[in-house]
Write a protein that binds this ligand. Structure first.
Ligand code: NDP
Ligand code: 2IT
Length: 448
């Protein structure tokens, strides 16, 4: 009871100190509430004020990004990097380019990243960054000039042993290439380990492109096995059609799952025959088109405007892989009514707290993002190892390590859930298992 009231008081303080930051509040709330049973057995963590320290990032950098568009007009964006926690290693986490990016979103993503990276067991702290720059409709030249302007400030804050950014929404291989090129020019150093998600010819790792989506499905395989579900022959829906969604669909298809729908921010498509992945990759990775273009190539497929309707499609597996808050309570009701059995988060916090609680209460097996989507950052960690060794491992070797890491993350989350009395609650399990690693390191490193 006393632990709960301490946690409640801390959460009230987080809201007061970080006004108008709903995404950050939600991320903190979920973790704090999960930790109550653990903290009841570990009063020393409360005494050392570990949680009070964890709700404050170690450093938050906010900067101006000025660049010139194709018409010669000066544009000004906001750049951010949160260096959230370094107890386990250098700050590590992606960069997001999307008009919605603000301090709340960067802090929520950084907070989540700390526990996610801890779950991988690789030596990585947590960080996140990005800008409110909107890449949609920008020419290749504009993307390059923006990335260079962004790096002209960021470069002084990052380093292979300090802070290692990577991709996230709106940042893929093209952007990492421009960012890396400009870092190299400014720093006058070829330090490959300063960014991950690089091209294969300048220090990138095989499997990094596929890693988040493949890792998500490796996690889902563990969930299915525990529930006695044979994945082959199941029907899935996957929201989004970006990096995570595409490679989740690919791995599901390898395993004989039929994926009937995916989306982008304009709407979703249904293809009852199963998504044509070569077509989707061409539309999204090469031509950078809107999802509706799929129906021009496949007339039997249907496009529906708006994002919410995708969750009303009958399926047994649902993987939200687009963005935060995309799966709300209404969506959870619809999925449940149509017989969903497994839900796992490819995106960061796509399921609202209410929807998550609903799944947990109704025996829908739920895989939280900080465990289920950790394959991307885990493979970034493997890219850093290869950069340090100045070696490149084969596709099969990296994929084998990715799979082993996802299996061990599942085992750690499950085991903590069992130990703390709620065996099917992987939210509780992942939060406790991730927190325990970070908190023990913070206890050992003293008050800093
Ligand atoms: P991409 O930019 O490759 O793709 C994002 C996809 O989500 C696009 O289809 C996009 O549609 C859609 N989307 C983005 N914002 C919104 C929005 N506000 N409303 C509806 N749809 C939206 O990003 P990723 O695939 O890399 O990232 C997807 C999610 O996975 C994010 O939550 C990210 O944080 C998370 N993640 C990514 C990892 C990685 O390695 N890349 C690792 C772990 C998690 P549109 O093109 O129309 O904007
Ligand atoms: O949310 C995430 O884990 C990522 N965007 C990947 C971060 C990384 O450093 O590879």
């Amino acid at each position: 009871m006393q632990t709960k009231s301490t946690i409640d008081a801390l959460y009230a303080q987080v809201i007061a100190r970080n006004p108008n930051e709903p995404e950050f509040h939600a991320a903190v709330k979920e973790v704090l509430e999960s930790l109550v049973p653990y903290l009841e057995n570990h009063p020393e963590m409360l005494e050392a004020r570990i949680l009070d320290r964890l709700v404050e990032p170690e450093r938050f950098i906010h900067f101006r990004v000025a660049w010139v568009d194709d018409h010669g007009i000066v544009r000004v964006n906001r750049g951010f990097r949160v260096q959230y926690n370094s107890a386990l290693g250098p700050y590590k986490g992606g960069l997001r380019l999307h008009p919605s990016v603000n301090a709340s979103i960067i802090k929520f993503l950084g907070f989540e990243q700390v526990f996610k990276n801890a779950l991988t067991t690789l030596p990585m702290g947590g960080g996140k960054g990005g800008s409110d720059f909107d890449p949609k409709g920008k020419s290749d030249g504009e993307i390059m000039r923006f990335c260079q302007a962004f790096m002209s400030e960021l470069y002084r804050h990052i380093g292979a042993d300090l802070d290692v950014p990577a991709g996230d929404i709106g940042v893929g291989g093209r952007e990492i290439g421009y960012l890396y090129g400009y870092y190299k020019k400014l720093a006058n150093l070829h330090t490959q380990g300063v960014l991950t998600g690089k091209g294969l010819h300048f220090g990138g790792s095989l499997v990094r492109t596929q890693a988040t989506g493949y890792g998500l499905v490796y996690f889902v395989e563990n969930m299915a096995k525990d529930r006695g579900i044979d994945l082959a022959g199941q029907t899935a829906i996957v929201s989004g059609s970006g990096n995570v969604a595409i490679y989740a669909i690919e791995k599901l298809q390898h395993l004989g799952v039929k994926v009937v729908a995916c989306s982008d921010s304009s709407g979703y498509i249904i293809d009852e025959r199963g998504i044509d992945l070569d077509l989707l990759k061409d539309l999204k990775e090469v031509r950078r088109e809107r999802i509706q273009a799929y129906t021009q190539a496949v007339p039997s497929a249907t496009f529906f405007p708006g994002c919410a309707g995708i969750w009303t499609i009958p399926c047994t597996i649902a993987l939200p892989c687009a963005t935060q808050g995309e799966l709300d309570l209404e969506a959870a009701h619809a999925l449940m009514k149509n017989g969903v059995k497994l839900v796992a988060e490819g995106a960061n916090m796509p399921t609202t707290l209410e929807a998550t609680a609903y799944f947990l209460d109704h025996d829908v097996y739920f895989g939280p993002g900080k465990a289920a989507n950790a394959g991307g950052v885990a493979t970034s960690g493997l890219e850093m190892s290869q950069n340090s060794l100045r070696l490149s491992w084969t596709f099969d070797e990296v994929d084998r390590q990715l799979k082993a890491i996802m299996n061990s993350i599942y085992a750690a989350a499950k085991s903590a859930a069992v130990t703390y009395g709620d065996p099917d609650n992987l939210v509780l399990g992942a939060n406790i298992a991730g927190f325990e690693r970070v908190a023990k390191a913070m206890m050992s490193e003293g008050v800093i």
